[in-house]
Ligand binder design. Structure first.
Ligand SMILES: [Zn+2]
Length: 78
């Protein structure tokens, strides 16, 4: 019984997070992704890992990572 409840909650949670993730992705696209490493704004999205990968330098950025907000604000000339 506990098992089925846990599973249900997990599913519920997962679908919510999935929506959240999709929202995050959309936002990221609208705001424009900029690679913190080389400043390039063209990238691939790696579905399986929920990561962005820079087309130019292959730098990978996690969508779920909170540091993404911090990193994208880092000046490129650094
Ligand atoms: Zn890059």
């Amino acid at each position: 019984m506990y098992h089925s409840i846990d599973f249900f909650q997990f599913q519920k949670k997962f679908s919510t997070e999935n929506k959240c993730l999709k929202y995050l992705m959309k936002q990221r696209c609208h705001n424009g992704f900029v690679c913190p490493k080389c400043g390039n704004n063209e990238y691939y999205f790696i579905k399986s890992r929920h990561n962005y990968q820079c087309k130019q330098c292959s730098y990978q950025l996690s969508v779920t990572s909170r540091t993404i907000f911090h990193k994208t604000r880092t000046p490129f000339r650094k």
